[in-house]
Design a protein. Sequence first.
Length: 356
Amino acid sequence: MKNNRTTLKAIDIFSGAGGMSIGASMVGIDVVVAVEYDKHAAATFKANHPNSEIIAKDIREVTLDEKYKNPFLLFGGPPCQGFSTSNTKTRNTQNTNNSLFHEYIRQVKELTPEWFVFENVEGIKSFEKGTVIEKLEEEFEKLGYKTKWDVLTASDYGVPQSRNRFFMIGNKLGIDFMFPEKHTKVVTVNEAIEDLPKLKNGDSYEILDYKTIEANSYAKLMRGTSEKVSQNFVSRNKDYVIERYKHIKPGQNWRAIPEELMKNYADTKNCHSGIYKRLDPNSPSVVIANYRKNMLIHPFENRGLSVREAARIQSFPDDFVFKGNLSFQQQQIGNAVPPLLAKAIFEQIIKLTPNG
């Protein structure tokens, strides 16, 4: 059932750079206000959503105006570091980030949206032996929401990346939500970035031309109306790091590096499998998280990924501009929900909502 309201208004909390909001805008949802504590991410959000209000404050200090109540949709994901299975130091209830999901519940209670989308890392499923999810379900049920949750893989929804994210969807319309069907076509790393310019270690070009090749369907989608490639920024790695890159073939990681080139590591047994990973051009990417710190390597060139390449792998359109210095831009990309994954969920919500 299609929703025929002229505008579907939404609120984005813990918005980050605005990956979910881009997904919302792709399906005609109007994000009227966003809340984001980090000033660089907030600046990025504002630059790409000039008509939305952005509140750059700690969510614990934010109570939204009456005019924002009863929106069609509220969405967002509290900081996930404490829930991540890769972050064993902070996976406990003492981490204040972990308590921020209470703030999400408060916003739902105060704003009473028709629908909400709660997003987080897959590790939230096992956090505190699953009691966090049980608590969320219980609290939302008290507020009159029917919920459904699942872990979705971004590559199943047109994103060239094998990234798992937890989603809990709730509505107060009594609708039994069904998660969207998976796409049949998988987008590879090569398809994602093959038309982007050739670069070298440490390059920093604000604007360059696309390669003179015919753009594939994914590239066309990302380009939109863009005529040039922006933010071709690559971190400068030291010469010994580039020397290591040369020994790694597509799909391989640090284990392919000769032992004599890894002598500055006290113990390579502690190296994560994602360190020094050269992307396989014929598959979706591994997770684009802190890709500079992890030394993710371009599939063919001996360098790290550019800002635009990483954004493409996250499914940010080419006209999306990241603010802050290079490390802040990289962090915003790594932290984001892939817009095309969010789009698939929002499309399904609209499809299941009766005419208003």
